[in-house]
Design a binder for this molecule. Structure first.
Ligand SMILES: [Zn+2]
Ligand SMILES: [Zn+2]
Length: 362
């Protein structure tokens, strides 16, 4: 490995850097903090692109999430960049490499990891802090969930690996087969990814969302049909009428963290079918379901949270396969100072360039 210094790569790698720090609910501040140095097994990456995510918006308004450390906490969990420093004992990646960095790594040894449920790992190492010029990547993530980026894959597309992996993981849990009917409620990023994965499996996907641009996007991702969100009995009847025999979908995904939508998902599922709850509800959200239908119609309820190392790799391959399609899910570019407003206003994923005005080699 040739020892290329950070300066030779054109990155400003001075003693301090700009980073967004979450102090509490609604309190996100742009701060000047010390530039990280890699410890044992760690690497430091210059963030070339980060992405805003609906989960960031939730973290900002609630001030809490399983993946956030104690506040004040570094913020932003989807990003990709260039390795600028390597700690002792970090293997498999070199200074100058473009990297895909997952926002977590499971321990690989606990009860849940052994059963392939790595998203539930109780010793999971999470990573936030992508909304910064540089990020230190913990040793566990370097060892299990950092990959050299495929050539020609833009950093903003590499940064999509994390959210796409969550959708891939949810679709993987489903038994829906080619030719079967799948309803996806919610056309945000997760709904779009579910649509892409399940359409490529040969499922007839009906995606429901109130926004016309989400429906148009779902068409591009491979939806068989698109419709408005079913908000009442008439809406549910309208969507049911599009499923085989009007009996409901073989699989229904609630790609929104809202208990009312989850109840609609159960109502749209046929006897013997399955429902996947995918989307983080508020801590006090309560679900009311028709118990007799669940029993007499053998409806399977499942949920999916987070991703696995396998799903991350499948996501990278999928994005690299159809880069233009996935690029269509991204909105405009912004700088660090615009992230808080973008999260509050919602809308498409923004591409965040932490070094908006690069100062070049010092
Ligand atoms: Zn995310
Ligand atoms: Zn584990």
């Amino acid at each position: 490995m040739k020892d290329v210094g950070p300066r030779a790569l054109g990155h400003r790698y001075g003693p301090s850097m700009r980073a967004l720090i979450l102090y509490g609910p609604g309190d996100l501040r742009l701060a000047e903090i010390p530039t990280p140095e890699p410890g044992q097994g760690e690497i430091v990456v210059a963030v070339d692109a980060a992405l805003t995510c609906a989960t960031d918006a939730k973290m900002l308004s609630r001030g809490t999430h399983p993946s956030l450390g104690p506040l004040p906490a570094p913020f932003g969990h989807e990003g990709a960049g260039t390795v600028v420093a390597i700690g002792h004992g970090a293997h498999g990646i070199s200074v100058g490499d473009a990297a895909v960095i997952a926002n977590s790594a499971p321990c690989g040894r606990c009860e849940w990891c052994v059963r392939g449920r790595e998203g539930l790992c109780e010793q999971i190492t999470y990573l936030t802090g992508m909304f910064a010029e540089f990020i230190r990547v913990p040793a566990a993530i370097v060892a299990h969930n950092v990959m050299v980026r495929p050539p020609d894959l833009a950093p903003e597309l590499a940064a999509l690996a994390e959210p796409v992996a969550c959708g891939v993981r949810a679709a993987t849990r489903s038994a829906a087969r080619a030719g079967e009917s799948v309803v996806v409620l919610g056309g945000g990023l997760q709904g779009q990814v579910l649509c892409a994965v399940l359409a490529r499996r040969g499922c007839q996907v009906i995606l429901c969302d109130p926004h016309l641009e989400h429906r148009a996007s779902a068409r591009r991702m491979g939806a068989w049909r698109v419709d408005d969100a079913p908000r009442d009995a008439a809406g549910l009847a309208r969507v049911l009428a599009q499923t085989p025999g009007g009996r409901g979908a073989h699989a229904t995904f609630a790609a929104v963290g809202d208990a009312r939508v989850w109840e609609s998902a159960v109502a749209l599922t046929r006897p013997g079918g399955e429902v996947n709850f995918h989307g983080g509800p508020a801590p006090d959200d309560v679900l009311r379901l028709p118990a007799s239908r669940l029993h007499y119609e053998e409806i399977t309820l499942q949920a999916s949270y987070h991703h696995t190392p396998t799903a991350i790799r499948q996501a990278v391959a999928m994005i690299a396969d159809e880069p233009e399609l996935f690029a269509s899910l991204l909105g405009p570019e912004i700088g660090l100072e615009e992230v808080a407003d973008a999260l509050v206003s919602g809308g498409p994923k923004r591409i965040v360039r932490p070094r908006h005005a690069p100062t070049g080699p010092a």
